[in-house]
Design a protein around this ligand. Structure first.
Ligand code: ARG
Length: 414
């Protein structure tokens, strides 16, 4: 039986229609219990629920949340209908002054709030692994690249710190989405409130039409996830390159690599590849939800039921990808000799040579042309070595890599 069967005099929906309309929203269950708890306290304050009824709602909600998704039936239109049914006789009172329109977005905001917190924690865990590796490799030299051509010597520590910076901005994006998810739509009812004098929930959304129609917090979350996956994809791509025989900078650990079903010798960077592959999916989820919401009139339309599956899937991918990448980064074996040999390429110090001429008063363009001519003629001979070159440039700042690591550690301590 649907919540609105009174309207059709009990005539049942065709099963094909019911199957199409059913919400894929079981993951929302604990959050809808939390929202319903909040609504029940409003009903109690207004005297619509007695003290005993309120206690009964509380007791049953705890039970429902404990049973979890197993409590849901295939007959229910969505998780909200299921919870009303599972509340038993007192469930017939719970929907006073609320609609599924303000109910669903209340629960969904709570869900996104948690998903953002979870993402920030997983990002922090991954970043701390990278910082541990950066510390151990603070002086390990490697070639820095532009255009995927060897450019200047850097340290592995410096390179890993670049990844950490990307992740720190990702944390900020999830923190923003979390903030955007804060307003509480309860009280908006279907679209325009209710004649029942219920107290406003704390942090109530300002406009009832916007409260039931707005999904910006969900697109903010999917945007944060899409940008994060853009970063994980770039990191994944670099790990794939490093682990190739052509680069030979790293060996894949057995804890985070996959073999081939046919070729006995293979060990593949599956974690890095799937992280890269999932970036496309993450971008698609954002584009999909933006397209879903763009043309729908205020206030609520069932198009909005499409908001949840992409967010559920993104949350899962964010958690799993960061967890697996953290293991790969932790266990990856770097080949310091190969890194050092690649960084020792004297051409990587051509810029240093031009800058040495600048120090003795040569205009930079002349110095550039002079060194370029030596490179062309094969007579260029570099001074010093890769480690001295990397150290002399002090990148990324006056204190060099070690200070930068310590500073990043402070940021990621919380
Ligand atoms: N399952 C719906 C959703 O996910 C809940 C709200 C349904 N409201 C309605 N008037 N049919 O958005």
């Amino acid at each position: 039986m649907t919540l609105w069967s009174g309207r059709t005099g009990g005539v049942r929906l065709d099963p094909a229609v019911a199957a199409f309309l059913r919400g894929d929203d079981a993951e929302l269950l604990p959050y809808d219990c939390e929202g319903t708890r909040l609504h029940a306290s409003r009903l109690r304050a207004a005297g619509i629920l007695t003290e005993q009824e309120h206690a009964e709602v509380e007791r049953r909600l705890t039970e429902i949340a404990e049973r979890g998704e197993a409590a849901l039936g295939v007959e229910d239109e969505d998780v909200h209908s299921a919870i009303e049914r599972l509340l038993g006789p007192v469930g017939r009172k719970i929907h006073a002054g609320r609609s599924r329109n303000d109910q669903v977005v209340t629960a969904f905001r709570l869900y996104v709030r948690d998903a953002c917190g979870e993402a920030s924690e997983a990002i922090g865990d991954f970043a701390r692994v990278l910082l541990g590796r950066a510390e151990a490799e603070a002086e390990t030299v490697m070639p820095g690249y532009t255009h995927l051509q060897r450019a200047q010597p850097v340290t592995v520590g410096h390179h890993l710190l670049a990844w950490v910076e990307m992740l720190d901005r990702d944390r900020a994006r999830f923190a923003f989405a979390r903030e955007q998810a804060e307003p509480v739509p309860l009280g908006a009812g279907a679209l325009a409130g209710s004649t029942l004098a219920l107290p406003a929930p704390p942090g109530q959304a300002r406009n009832s039409l916007d409260a039931v129609a707005d999904r910006d917090f969900a697109t903010d979350y999917l945007y944060a996830a899409a940008v994060l996956f853009g970063h994980l994809s770039r990191i994944g791509e670099e790990l794939c390159l490093w682990a190739s025989a052509e680069f030979g900078f790293a060996r894949l650990p057995a804890s985070a690599a996959a073999g081939s079903s046919m070729m006995p010798q293979k060990l593949n960077p599956d974690v890095a590849e799937l992280a890269r592959g999932k970036a496309g999916t993450a971008i698609g989820r954002l584009a999909g939800l933006l397209a879903t919401v763009k043309g729908i009139p205020l206030a609520y339309d069932l198009d909005l039921q499409e908001d949840k599956p992409p967010v559920f899937a993104a949350r899962r991918d964010v958690r799993l990808a960061l967890g697996a990448l953290a293991v790969l980064a932790r266990d990856l074996e770097l080949d310091r000799d190969r890194l050092a040999a690649a960084a020792a390429d004297p051409l990587l110090r051509a810029t240093d040579a031009a800058e040495a001429l600048v120090r003795s008063g040569v205009p930079f363009r002349d110095a550039h042309e002079r060194v370029a001519a030596e490179v062309r003629e094969g007579t260029f001979a570099a001074e010093g070595d890769a480690a001295a070159s990397a150290a002399a440039r002090l990148a990324p700042g006056p204190g060099g890599v070690r200070e930068a690591i310590a500073e990043a550690r402070r940021r990621f301590a919380s």
